[in-house]
Design a protein around this ligand. Structure first.
Ligand code: PNS
Length: 162
């Protein structure tokens, strides 16, 4: 299926190689991909919204049809306002499936927007932003699991919080 405009939504606190793999693959299937960062006032994050956007922008600089944006409120409203044809998500394992299916069905119920799932690269199937933060905070090695820009920012962030 050729999608014109696809959106990859998430918190991206921070972006991982698993996310990047999904963006790259989505960019080959669509004319335009928007990586949309949720502005979530109730969820505390390690990186500010601005920092997350900067890291995403640098990590996707090699993908000419990928742009980065943020949104507040319902994803379906963002999709409607930006003429998005499909939401693209990565599925790491069966454990992701229940909640992702629920959201996809709710989003379809709201505005008939389609959701497409990409099976993540098995190299990254265990990877999550939360685990990256936990491992990095305690001095573990996350080289190869996050883009170079995130490695640098994690080092700075962690050294300034201890
Ligand atoms: O990276 P995350 O935190 O797992 O991403 C979750 C996200 C942002 C994709 C999801 O929470 C979302 O779409 N939030 C926007 C609010 C919304 O539309 N909620 C109804 C979903 S059916």
């Amino acid at each position: 299926m050729q999608m014109r405009v696809a959106v990859c939504p998430g918190s991206f606190d921070p972006v991982t190689m698993g996310h990047l793999d999904v963006f790259e693959r989505a960019s080959r299937m669509s004319d335009q991909v928007i990586v949309a960062v949720l502005i979530n006032k109730n969820k505390s994050s390690l990186f500010t919204l601005e920092e997350r956007i900067e890291m995403l922008t640098e990590a996707t600089a090699h993908l000419p049809n990928v742009s980065v944006d943020s949104f507040y409120g319902l994803l379906v409203d963002y999709c409607r306002d930006h003429n998005v044809n499909a939401i693209v998500k990565g599925l790491r394992a069966v454990s992701d499936f229940d909640y992702e299916l629920q959201m996809a069905q709710m989003n379809y119920r709201l505005t008939q927007v389609e959701t497409c799932f990409i099976s993540t690269n098995p190299l990254y199937s265990y990877l999550s932003s939360s685990l990256v933060k936990e491992v990095a905070t305690h001095g573990g090695n996350v080289i190869g699991l996050v883009p170079e820009v995130v490695l640098k920012r994690l080092e700075i962030k962690i050294s300034s919080t201890i």
